[in-house]
Ligand binder design. Sequence first.
Ligand code: LLP
Length: 422
Amino acid sequence: MDHFLYRDGALFAEDVPVADIAAAVGTPFYVYSTATLKRHFTLFDEALSWGDHLVCFAMKSLSNQAVLKVLADLGAGMDVVSVGEYMRAKAAGVPGDRIVFSGVGKTADEMRVALEGGIRQFNVESEPEMAMLDSVAQSLGKVAPITVRVNPDVDAKTHAKIATGKSENKFGIPISRAREVYAMAAKMQGLKVIGIDVHIGSQLTELAPFEAAYKKVAELTEQLRADGHEISRLDLGGGLGIPYTRSNEAPPLPTEYGAMVQRTVGHLGCEIEIEPGRLISGNAGILVSKVIYVKSGEDREFLIIDGAMNDLIRPAMYEAWHDIIPVVEPAPGEEPAKYDIVGPICESGDTFAKAREMPAVGPDDLIAFRSAGAYGAVMASEYNSRPLIPEVLVDGDQFAVIRKRPTYEEMIARDTLPPWLK
Ligand code: LLP
């Protein structure tokens, strides 16, 4: 459920007409709903209320500080994967003891910043990373709290580019070697083992792969405890999928997920952390764009819009489906039109949808891509020298620009000429 609904014949973001935002900021732009963000965070928080837990928002999915602040004010932690994300989370007011640091390639500099600024834990992904963290922590006279990310060799049954829990993926340590690696960690004076981490992939639409992974984590917890390690925290990753189209089978709800977590690992008495991104931010955002031309091809009609693959890369990168709807509500019973919906970028991959049935629209009409809050703005680029598009946050009947559109001059001024070309 989200807060982008038709009302009085027009699309609203909560209580704000989307067309009013377009008039104020120009197109294309992203708009996020505070109510949806809060609702989705709260669903997870309540689903785990049977025990000690922290919901750490995977801010890679949507990292605007205003969004982070909305969630942090509800008590959210953050899952970060770079020092840039760490600093953003801090800037948004998230305390270090609510930030977990994930990622396969943390550098010594990144470790230093997090250790000095405060960190809840590092999710360590390899032996060389462990050795590096040990030496950085010791050089600062600190002890780094860690979990080891284990790779449970489970098929997440999702798009290959976003599956992470199979042995062929670069993530984590094979679960079969975990005991050996924990034994090494226990000997390192700069580290303190506190738990286990697992994340098997993104946009999972079934509970079974999670359940299989978490059962393996439960077994491992018992083995590691028997080996003398203190395992008091389980980080179960993110990955619960969202409905991208209303005709899709509905993915499990956070309540069902929470009950499954309780069933599989609840008896261990560990504090539970989860790292959901998409389920919190995905349906909390839409991308609004304007039709430039309707072009008749030989056997199809192209809807050429002012948004492009640089603004929302998911369709080009993962053949992802986003529902695309007009901002003016179509009359009931209207015959749908069929379009290839494309952006202005000079490559054929700049295609959002092929032969998409949708209500007929024309030049200057506004359209909205639904479910664009996660992995939308954060994956944007300036390809074709198209400045990053603005982000807007709505709360009830108010809206504010939370990242402005740079001017062309600002974009160009980031380049500098070397002295010999001046
Ligand atoms: N934790 C870790 C360690 C992760 O790698 C990820 C996502 C998450 C949590 C959050 O997963 P979520 O709850 O959002 O599914 N760009 C792709 C998705 C990449 C996901 C990467 N890791 C897309 O647009 O579908």
